[in-house]
Design a binder for this molecule. Structure first.
Ligand SMILES: NC(=O)c1ccc[n+]([C@@H]2O[C@H](COP(=O)([O-])OP(=O)(O)OC[C@H]3O[C@@H](n4cnc5c(N)ncnc54)[C@H](O)[C@@H]3O)[C@@H](O)[C@H]2O)c1
Length: 370
């Protein structure tokens, strides 16, 4: 680890945004980062209020001014603006070789990620995309167990992220924001929710589909796609299904993972993040918990507080930030080691490519090869 905290500049993440406070809390939780500056909002008053809240001085009304003035004083920029605004910011940061930590979805289209991929050189650029749900210890435990063949051959992969926010917006938040009420070729729901579960499926199993079939629906009055079903076919013959929805009443965020193998199946739901259920071919069922005998959940880093004191979303996000700090140190010392728990432009490309093809499948009502 570095001797001093890494200094961050936030772009976006202003007071009242969804992602800002979580990044602030997660990045600073383990003392590895310090928020140095920010262009938190396009609204100067919100920008100043955010800077006041976090005791940040100076802050800037424009991200371009921030990087002009502060590029020597920060280790990385964190991009927390609406997804459709990411591409020009990433491009500028790449041009100036300023390290990037970027919220998913990395960008909004396949064309954008293709353009940025052509500019990206891993020996010159540091880039990390925050697929934060992979930071849950029991999710990492499941990945380890799949790697150890505990589930046998993977035959069925089902992930879902149902939310109710378009029929019953959260009372704590001004929602939906205007940018979420516009769809480009890849609908916003796929960028908001879909890339998380597509990436999670790939992270857990190490498998990527080679064909997709998708259906996109609009059930709310907002006139954008708010419910998407995706069938996936894998080269091994395994099948998969992704479901994302903003019109699923009862689910604030019902992220759920079901992986079926020939020897066992595994089940994890975000509302009970400290429990992983495993069901074996001999009929035995067991619940794996952070406090039990596990492959990796006993590590000190996953036990900021002893088991029995529930850890959740922000701690999982903080786990990812720890891994990003380690990668960053390796990048700085040219060791070129990338940990298994951090993700970049390749993973982002996979997700945008998949949902581009899902849209194509929806339009043609056919399976589309990836
Ligand atoms: N990983 C997750 O769990 C998670 C959760 C929510 C959002 N996100 C992602 O985070 C990003 C932001 O989403 P959100 O829901 O917080 O959006 P939001 O609309 O709530 O907030 C966006 C913030 O960016 C600011 N902003 C907009 N344009 C700006 C600019 N040019 N310069 C500086 N600030 C600017 C806005 O003023 C606001 O403070 C999106 O990419 C989204 O996909 C990820």
């Amino acid at each position: 680890m570095t001797k001093r905290p890494l200094r961050l500049g936030f772009i976006g993440g202003g007071l009242g945004s969804i992602a800002g406070n979580t990044h602030y809390a997660a990045a600073t939780m383990d003392g590895l980062y310090q928020l140095h500056t920010g262009a938190f909002s396009t609204h100067p008053i919100t920008n100043q209020e955010t800077a006041d809240l976090w005791h940040i001085d100076p802050s800037y009304d424009s991200w371009m001014t921030m990087i002009d003035k502060e590029s020597e004083n920060i280790d990385a920029c964190v991009i927390l603006t609406p997804t459709p605004t990411h591409a020009p910011i990433v491009k500028e940061l790449l041009t100036r070789k300023i390290p990037i930590i970027c919220e998913k979805a990395f960008v909004a289209s396949l064309a954008e990620v293709d353009e940025l991929k052509a500019l990206y050189n891993p020996s010159e650029h540091f880039m990390s995309v925050t697929y934060n749900y992979t930071g849950y210890p029991l999710i990492r435990e499941l990945r380890e167990r799949i790697l150890n063949n505990e589930l046998g051959e993977i035959i069925n992969i089902r992930l879902e992220m149902p939310q109710e926010s378009f029929l019953r917006p959260p009372v704590s938040q001004k929602y939906p924001q205007a940018w979420r009420l516009k769809d480009d070729y890849i609908p916003t729901i796929c960028l908001d929710l879909g890339v998380h579960i597509q990436h999670m499926a790939s992270f857990l199993t190490g498998m990527d589909p080679n064909k997709v079939m998708g259906k996109m629906d609009t059930f709310s009055h907002y006139g954008v796609v708010d419910n998407v079903d995706v069938f996936m076919g894998y080269p091994s013959g395994a099948t998969g299904q992704l479901w994302m929805s903003k019109t699923a009443l009862g689910h604030r965020n019902g992220l759920a993972v079901h992986i079926y193998g020939t020897k066992a199946s595994a089940h994890w739901i975000q509302t009970q993040p400290e429990q992983l259920q495993l069901h074996y071919s001999n009929g035995e069922k067991k619940i794996v918990e952070r406090g039990g005998d596990t492959l990796l959940c006993g590590q000190k880093r996953y036990n900021r507080m002893t088991p029995g004191h529930p850890a959740g979303f922000i701690e999982a996000f903080a786990n990812l930030y720890v891994d990003i700090a380690e990668d960053f140190q390796n990048f700085q010392t040219n060791t070129k080691i990338k940990g298994p728990y951090t993700f970049g432009i390749e993973e982002a490309h996979k997700g945008l490519h998949l949902f581009h093809k899902v849209k194509e499948s929806h339009e043609t009502q056919q399976w589309v090869n990836l």
